[in-house]
Each structure stands twice: as structure tokens, then as C-alpha cells.
Design a protein around this ligand. Structure first.
Ligand SMILES: NC(=O)c1ccc[n+]([C@@H]2O[C@H](COP(=O)([O-])OP(=O)(O)OC[C@H]3O[C@@H](n4cnc5c(N)ncnc54)[C@H](OP(=O)(O)O)[C@@H]3O)[C@@H](O)[C@H]2O)c1
Length: 347
């Protein structure tokens, strides 16, 4: 099969190659285990990884980790070569014994390197769910990671409750736009921080007030909207320079939820304790497998319920062809995309 692979380190446009790769199959996967950076060959003392499905792919989503993994700036090292892409939709053509219930069905799934989703055949791991009723393949391809990350960060770890005021950084992105919707759905007043008029309109359509960082200073903009009262929570998939300044608008007892690093990782001021602030880490991982599975199922049920009620939607804004992947990732890295960009793998 032809898949988008990376062998070296650099910008997606320079390092992605479309090349012939053997298809993954069940017999091969039975000899593998899962490490922090993805699939690994079994070794002494390790458990085989048995929570997989093989997928004939229909659509795959692009996301910032596809850029940072290629550059080598993702916090977890990923071995080379690998197939790009972390999630998508496909039909299950083979499954580990514990996942045979979905054989033959269309599912949305998270894919882990080297078996990324930008290939005709990929491997879904652990987070594998039937496509929700009435959802298109395009929408379902970009549904899982933004929704699950956002729910874990904003609701479970961030503990957002009705009546709180919440700032969302990077709010026009995949994870950001999901957090905006979930905070609104839970009764919060949401201030979305974005760059540019198109993202302003996008976040307003999701129910947020907006600060455009290309037009005003972020801290001044949030102060103006809150009558200098500040906010209860900052949801932050960006960090970088803005993270060091945004706590100026966080009230005492406020939570700064760190769930990404689009603007780069930076050390945090150790003086946050002087303001009775709490730094909260949020990531889809690190729990023991049985606990992760329980959390994933709980999250998915909550998201599907919100979709059914019309209070949450997949924010896919663009669908591109398979040969357009390097250009689309260049746009994503340059902050020219909104929500999720999805690829029709069959084109
Ligand atoms: N914790 C987890 O489990 C988890 C899961 C998935 C993703 N993530 C992380 O979440 C972050 C966001 O991922 P995503 O896929 O949602 O990204 P995305 O769609 O590209 O959105 C990121 C947003 O951040 C803003 N941004 C600020 N500085 C940036 C910079 N230097 N480069 C690019 N964007 C910048 C951009 O908004 P403006 O241009 O409007 O400022 C952009 O819309 C990534 O760091 C990713 O690794 C974490």
C-alpha cells in the first residue's frame, strides 16, 4: 500500500514521503507491544498489546502532533520510520480476540505510530468506537482526539462548573474549539483567544466571546471583557509565551489547565503559589490501561450524549485529498487552519 511516511526530522513538506509500505496484519501485531512512543517489538518481561483492530481506512484527521512529531519537538520521542496520522475512520477487517465485536463495522479510532492513519490500512488502538449515529465519516474522522482531550482537560481535570468564566487559548484549533464547546455546554462563560477575523467568527459561532490577539494584547483584552474581574480557569493547549502572561487574569484559587504546547514548552514561574493558583496537567495517557479504558468509555458516552442533544459537534472545517497532505500540514503549522482538517484516504 502507499502511505505517508517520515524517516528523518523536519518540516512536513520536506520530510513526508508517499511510499510503498507493507500492510499491517493481525499475525504481525501479535508479536508487538506498546511503549510510550508507539508500537514496539515484544521483549522479555513485557506484556503483548492486545487492544487493536486493523482498519480499511476511509478518512484520517490531521493535527498539530503530525507537525511536531515530524520536527522532533513532540514531548514523546517517536521512532523512524513511521506512518503519519493519529486518528481516522475505517472499516474493521481484523481484530484482537477482545475486540471482535466490531469486525466488519465502521469505527472511529486512534492510531499510534508507526501505524498512523494516513494509509489505506491502519491499526486502531484502545480508543475505538462505532461511528456515532448520523455522523458522517468526515466528521467522525476528527471527532475522537479533540473531544476526548477537551473533555479530560476542561471537565474532568479542569472541573469547569456552570457560572465560571473560562479563557480558552488556541481556541480556533482542534482541541481548542472542542474545549470552547464543552465549557459552553457546561454553563460557563467562555472567552476564546484566537488570531484573525475568520477564527473570531468561528469561535463566536460556537458560543464564545472572543479576544483577537492580532488586534489587542491578550491580557488587556480579557481584562476589558471581564471588567478587570479576571477568570476562574485558563484552558491552555498553547503554553509558550502567552502562558507566562495569561495568569495575570486568573483570580485567586484559579486553575491553569495545561493540555498542549502549540506555542512551545516553557518553564513555569515558580511563584504561582503566591496567587493561590493551581497548575493542572491534562493528557490522554499515563493511567494504567484498565483505568484509561474506563475513563475513555465515560468520556465517549458524555460526548455522544452532547452530540445527540445538539450541544457538541465535530469541528471539521476542510476535507483534502490524499496527495494534498503535505500542503495541508504546512497550512496547519502556519496556523491557517480551524478546527480539524480531514483527508479522504481513498482519493
Ligand atoms: N493533552 C493531550 O492529551 C493532547 C491531545 C491532543 C493534542 N494535544 C496538544 O494540543 C495542542 C493543540 O493541538 P491541536 O491539534 O488542537 O492544534 P491546532 O488545531 O493546530 O490548534 C492550535 C492553536 O494554537 C494556536 N497557536 C499558538 N501558537 C502557535 C504556534 N506557535 N504554532 C501553532 N499554533 C499556535 C493557534 O491559534 P491562533 O493562530 O489563533 O493563535 C492554533 O489554532 C498541541 O500541542 C497538541 O500536541 C494534547
Amino acid at each position: 500500500m502507499k502511505a505517508w511516511r517520515v524517516h528523518t526530522f523536519g518540516e512536513p513538506r520536506d520530510v513526508l514521503v508517499l511510499e510503498e509500505v507493507p500492510e499491517p496484519d493481525g499475525a504481525y501485531l501479535e508479536g508487538m507491544t506498546m511503549g510510550l512512543g508507539g508500537w514496539e517489538p515484544m521483549s522479555a518481561g513485557r506484556e503483548p498489546f492486545t487492544d487493536w483492530v486493523v482498519l480499511a481506512m476511509s478518512h484520517a484527521a490531521l493535527a498539530l502532533p503530525d507537525v511536531t512529531i515530524a520536527r522532533g519537538t513532540y514531548p514523546v520521542p517517536v521512532g523512524r520510520p513511521y506512518i503519519v496520522g493519529q486518528e481516522g475512520v475505517g472499516t474493521v477487517v481484523d481484530a484482537a480476540p477482545g475486540r471482535r465485536d466490531v469486525l466488519g463495522k465502521p469505527v472511529a479510532a486512534v492510531c499510534i505510530q508507526p501505524w498512523g492513519s494516513l494509509a489505506p490500512v491502519s491499526v486502531g488502538v484502545s480508543t475505538v468506537f462505532e461511528v456515532p449515529d448520523g455522523m458522517s465519516d468526515v466528521d467522525a474522522a476528527g471527532f475522537l482526539i479533540p473531544g476526548h482531550t477537551a473533555y479530560h482537560a476542561a471537565i474532568r481535570r479542569g472541573g469547569i462548573t456552570a457560572g465560571e468564566t473560562v479563557v480558552v487559548l488556541g481556541a480556533g484549533g482542534g482541541v481548542g474549539s472542542a474545549m470552547v464547546q464543552l465549557a459552553v455546554a457546561h454553563g460557563a462563560r467562555v472567552i476564546a483567544v484566537v488570531g484573525g477575523a475568520e477564527k473570531v467568527a468561528f469561535c463566536q459561532s460556537l458560543g464564545a466571546e472572543v479576544v483577537d490577539h492580532q488586534a489587542v494584547d491578550v491580557v488587556e483584552g480579557v481584562r476589558a471583557l471581564t471588567d478587570s474581574q479576571g477568570v476562574d480557569v485558563v484552558l491552555d493547549p498553547v503554553q509558550g509565551e502567552v502562558a507566562s502572561r495569561i495568569r495575570a487574569v486568573l483570580r485567586p484559587d484559579g486553575r491553569h489547565v495545561l493540555c498542549g504546547h502549540a506555542g512551545g514548552l516553557q518553564a513555569h514561574d515558580p511563584d504561582f503559589y503566591l496567587y493561590n493558583h493551581t497548575l493542572v496537567g491534562a493528557t490522554l495517557g499515563s493511567y494504567p490501561r484498565h483505568e484509561m479504558r474506563r475513563l475513555t468509555e465515560e468520556t465517549h458516552a458524555a460526548l455522544v450524549g452532547l452530540v445527540a442533544d445538539g450541544r457538541y459537534r465535530s469541528t471539521v472545517t476542510r476535507c483534502v485529498t490524499f496527495d494534498q497532505v503535505p500542503d495541508a500540514l504546512t497550512d496547519l503549522a502556519a496556523r491557517r487552519t480551524m478546527g480539524r482538517v480531514v483527508v479522504d484516504v481513498r482519493t
